[in-house]
Structures are given as structure tokens and as C-alpha cells.
Write a protein that binds this ligand. Structure first.
Ligand SMILES: CC(C)(COP(=O)(O)OP(=O)(O)OC[C@H]1O[C@@H](n2cnc3c(N)ncnc32)[C@H](O)[C@@H]1OP(=O)(O)O)[C@@H](O)C(=O)NCCC(=O)NCCS
Length: 169
């Protein structure tokens, strides 16, 4: 299902047919260096099911990002429910294929997700949970207007919580 488009990208819902697309990111040790490990095909299937549940229950999830012109898969970006220090939050998440880094695509998609969160979803606040050494991710958060709110431990790892509020946007 089509969700929205940006200057260069189309965002649509993830389906079971996206397993190969996702594996371009999940099997890449460099792309997954700030996660606990790379992901298997089984984990990619679970990821797709997790997103399907989020679409159903929350109306949002990670969406597939494709080049508008060619339909080529470049990454995933969207809004996912999370628990931070036992508080429910909505997180902007982004993971892109390494060949497409350094072109501003993650920032472009994340800005669109932020607008969606504030307008279509009517949220006042969105966060990003970022493992401290993940500087490229921190840069994306800052470029979409987020600022560092606090540090916490998530899955036993030192994690930055970045946030942005609609009223400050
Ligand atoms: C996090 C991640 C998406 C960031 O990717 P990225 O390519 O650095 O981010 P962007 O797409 O916003 O691109 C920004 C870069 O493109 C450059 N750029 C080139 N053309 C641009 C344009 N038209 N507009 C904006 N920036 C542009 C920017 O200068 C910037 O370069 P710099 O990093 O040298 O300063 C990527 O590292 C990734 O997928 N990592 C693996 C998954 C992950 O860790 N996700 C985050 C979990 S918290």
C-alpha cells in the first residue's frame, strides 16, 4: 500500500515479498554494526510480521523506501511504537542499503515520517533511540530537528534518546 512520496522516494508498506530487499541491509555487517548482530532470513520474516502488526494496530510502522523513478529498494524508514523506561513512545526509525548512504535519503525519508507523525497521526512528540556510537544515525536525528533528551540503557546498551516536539517544529 502506498503511504507517501518525497522529492526522490516513494514510501509504501512492507510485504512478505520484501524479504530479499531487507536482507540487503540485514546481512550487511557494516550496516548492522550498531545492532547486536546481522539478521537471518527467519529474523527478516519476523521483522515483516512485526511491521504488519504495527500497521494494523497503530496505523504506522517501518515503510519500504524506493527510488521514485526506478522502483529500486533503497531502505526502510517510518514510525514504530517503543517502550523507553516503561513509557510508550513513537520512534522514527531508518535503515538504508549501504550503496545509498551519503545522499541525504535517510534524512529526506525521516523528515517525511516526522511530518506524518505530527500531522496525520497528530502526535506531539517523536523520538529516536540511538546506540551511542552510531554517529551517522545521530546526524540524521539532528538534521530532522531532534535534540538529545537523555541517555538510558536499552537491551543493556548505552542509548541516546533524541526527541522532537510538534510545538517546536
Ligand atoms: C543511519 C543511516 C540511515 C544514515 O545514512 P546516511 O547516508 O549517513 O544519512 P543520509 O541519507 O541522511 O545522508 C546524509 C549524508 O549525505 C550527504 N548528502 C549528499 N547529498 C545530499 C542531499 N541531497 N541532501 C542531504 N544530504 C546529502 C550529507 O552531506 C551527509 O553526508 P555526511 O554524512 O558525510 O555528512 C545509515 O548509516 C544506515 O542505514 N545505517 C544502518 C542502520 C542504522 O544504524 N540505523 C539507525 C539505527 S538507530
Amino acid at each position: 500500500m502506498f503511504i507517501m512520496e518525497t522529492e526522490r522516494l516513494t514510501l509504501r508498506q512492507m510485504t512478505e515479498d520484501d524479504e530479499d530487499n531487507l536482507m540487503q541491509i540485514f546481512s550487511d555487517r557494516v550496516a548492522m554494526q550498531y545492532y547486536t548482530s546481522t539478521k537471518t532470513r527467519e529474523q527478516a520474516k519476523n521483522w515483516i510480521q512485526w511491521n504488519a502488526r504495527n500497521y494494523e494496530e497503530h496505523g504506522v510502522g517501518l515503510w519500504i523506501c524506493e527510488w521514485k523513478d526506478t522502483g529500486e529498494f533503497v531502505g526502510q524508514c517510518g514510525i514504530v511504537p517503543q517502550l523507553v523506561d516503561e513509557q510508550p513512545e513513537m520512534e522514527i526509525g531508518y535503515l538504508f542499503v549501504r550503496a545509498y548512504w551519503g545522499r541525504g535519503l535517510a534524512t529526506e525519508a525521516a523528515l517525511a515520517a516526522k511530518q506524518h507523525g505530527f500531522t496525520a497521526m497528530g502526535r506531539n512528540r517523536l523520538i529516536s533511540m540511538i546506540y551511542k556510537p552510531n554517529l551517522p544515525s545521530i546526524q540524521v536525528a539532528k538534521r530532522i530537528g531532534m535534540s538529545l533528551e537523555k541517555e538510558t540503557r536499552i537491551n543493556n546498551r548505552e542509548t541516546f534518546i533524541f526527541s522532537v516536539h510538534a510545538k517546536n517544529d
